[in-house]
Design a protein around this ligand. Sequence first.
Ligand SMILES: [Ca+2]
Length: 183
Amino acid sequence: MFDSRSAVAGLAVMSGVTASLGSSTPATAAPAPAPAPHVTQYCVVQALPVDAVRRGEQSPVSCAASPEAAAAGLDRRTGGSSFAAAGAFVAAADLWLGIMYDNPNGPTAGWDEWWVRGDCSLAGNVRADWNDRISSVQLGACSAVKLYTGYNLSEDSTLAKGSGSLGLYGRFDNSTSSMKFGA
Ligand SMILES: [Ca+2]
């Protein structure tokens, strides 16, 4: 099991970051130069917990020719497996994906809620203070979310799909540690 108090957060792989190589050519040069070669780079960012961000720490970033190489480079820099650590999400977009409720019936009296933002490819561990707490889900931009009882999308899972407040029952109540959204 992973330590839910671990400070390190999840990862996002950003594809399509294109770096242009080659020297610049003076505007007066003739004939026209061949197009500069383009190399696609994949960058992996390690998210930091909120308190580290407030201290001014910056997220470690690693870029390489493949997502796997970028993740391996980040692991070397951070001294461990980035994916093994619990923490918050990093996402490329800022859509409203869903609301997680502590209460089994969604927004009823005395509820506590957590709004998850990102894009529908978002997957990762739940925020540390929401581990083993979610009792119902309301979906926003994505049509489904798969909830796992273990960190890093492990152990038992259940698919929450539909509209309104979707309750989690039995062993899935108060036991979500990671989740994966889907379109
Ligand atoms: Ca709960």
